[in-house]
Structure formats: C-alpha cells, structure tokens
Write a protein that binds this ligand. Sequence first.
Ligand code: FRU
Length: 326
Amino acid sequence: MVRKKKQVIAFSQCIGNDAWRKTMLEEMKRELSFNPDIDFLYRDAHGDNNVQINQIRELVKQDIDLLIVSPNEAEPLTPIVDSVFQRNIPVIVTDRKTSSGQYNAYVGADNLAIGKLAGQYSRTILQGKGSVGLVTGLSGTSASIEREKGFMQQIGDATAVRVSGVIHGGWEKNKAYLEMRKHINVMSQSDIIFTFNDQMAMGVKKALDEAQIKKDIKIIGVDALPGPGNGLEQIIQGKMFASILYPTGGAEAIRTALAIINHQNYRRENILATSVIDKTNAELLALQSDKIKQQQLDIDKRQEFITEQNKIYQSQKSVLNVLVVS
Ligand code: FRU
C-alpha cells in the first residue's frame, strides 16, 4: 500500500518573541491539534527581512502544501512571496501584507479601518479640538503605513485636531521609550498620543512618567491583548486610556489553510472584527477572555488525553499484529 504523504502547512513569522505573536502561534497550534494529519513547519525571522526571505526559500524546498506568512516589511518580502504564489503553492498572508496582492487569502483586521477608528475616537475625546502625537511602527510594514493613513484620513484638514508630532517606535517598547525621551518636549504638548501598538504605549508611558509630565495625556494603543502586562490590563489599571482591538487571527489562518488544501470554498479577504476598548468595556472583555482561556486549557487537556490514548492504542495494535503474525 502506498501511504499518502502528510500535508504540510508552513508558517513564516516576521518576529515571534512578543506576546501578541506568541498568542497567534498558540491559537494556530490549538487549531492544528484537531488535525493531527497535518505537519506544521514554523520559522521565526526575528524581525529581519533577509532572514525571512531565506527561511521562505528553505521552506519551499521542503515540499510544502501551503505557506502562511506575516511579512516583516512589505517591499523586501514581496518578490519571494510572489514567487511562492507563482509556483502554485497557496499563500495566506496574515496581519501584515506584501505590496503586490499576490496571495490566495488574507487573514487579519483591516489596518486602515483601525487607523480611522483611532482618529474618530480621538476626535470624540477631544470634542473636535486638540492635538495628537503619533508613534508609528516599523516604517515599511503595511500595518504601520495603513494605520497612519487611516488616522490622517479621519483627522483631515477640516478639523481642529492637529498632529503635534510623529516619532518612529519600530513596534518596540524600548525603541518608543528612547524616541519619546529624545522628543519629550514636542510630544508632551499632545492631548492624546496614538501609539500604533500597546507595547510602544508602555514605552511612551514610561518616558512621560520619568519626565514627570503633569499634563493628563491620554494614550491610545492598538492590540488590547489580554493577559498579565498586556494592553487590556494597562487600560484596567488606568495606564492607557484606550486601545483598538487587533485580533491575532491564528485560528482563522489555520482554518483557511485547511479549506484551501482540502479544496473547499474559502474567502480571499478574511477581515477580523475590531472595536475600541476603553474603561467602559475593558473589564468585560477581560472576563470574557479569562473564560475563553479556561475553556482553551480544557480543550488542550482533552487533546493531550486523546493523543495519549491514540499512542496506547497504536502500540497495542502493533503488539497484537506481532502476535497474530507469529
Ligand atoms: C506584534 C505587532 C503588534 C501589532 C502588529 C502589527 O509583533 O507589533 O503589536 O499590532 O505587530 O503588525
């Protein structure tokens, strides 16, 4: 009997060490645990475009059936991702995008809409008048480009809300902190500081506290991730004013991947819902997240149990085979 090769899903992650991306991977693994016939290859490019390009090349050599990729920066990653697509290996782009639109499916929230939502919310908080400082992510990442564009579209020329300053935090807490320190005079004039993720919001808060800025500057971030030290907790503790929910989409990416490799129907654009989280709804979201976390832990335990039972069954079956043959 010719045994069918296991199907292989590969995931090329731009940077794997932050809480948001760890959550994404956990979600993927949980979803994959329901499909034990799939092999999963994971590569972390540690935020380096060239490393990610080489890792994708290496993955393709391993006869993969589908590639999920969260590209570090759009332009440098576009040619390699396009070449995978052109070899008829299905490609799912997640969270960040390449520049060409050559993919089978996108899974993630709409970053332009996130920028707009932050802009609208800022206008409401400021009652139409005031200033906002921006802390952007890594400049070549589609998420940063789109969040900035969406925000600027909402603020527009016609409003009395103006941008007091823009600094580049590269998505990292420490980078945002150092940049804030450098530009503290300009940035502390702001009524609101919109940081493009919650990590950077924490860096901004640290710099404001250290400089003993008395003005009540409202910090708005993106992600609203549950769990200790993450955005949701910062809102509940009053360290951040609000955040725009940015789901990781790990489970959805795997579900879409399975639909593609099993030749089922799937959508090209899989836009995940988002909303503003502030002190009015943060507690509720945290409660819901805790409950889901508990249920997920139960699922993990059950999956482990099933895997164990399968192993026992397989080994008993082979013992039985030996007995029958001899
Ligand atoms: C995590 C992260 C998130 C952000 C996203 C943008 O690595 O920086 O905080 O929302 O990437 O791609």
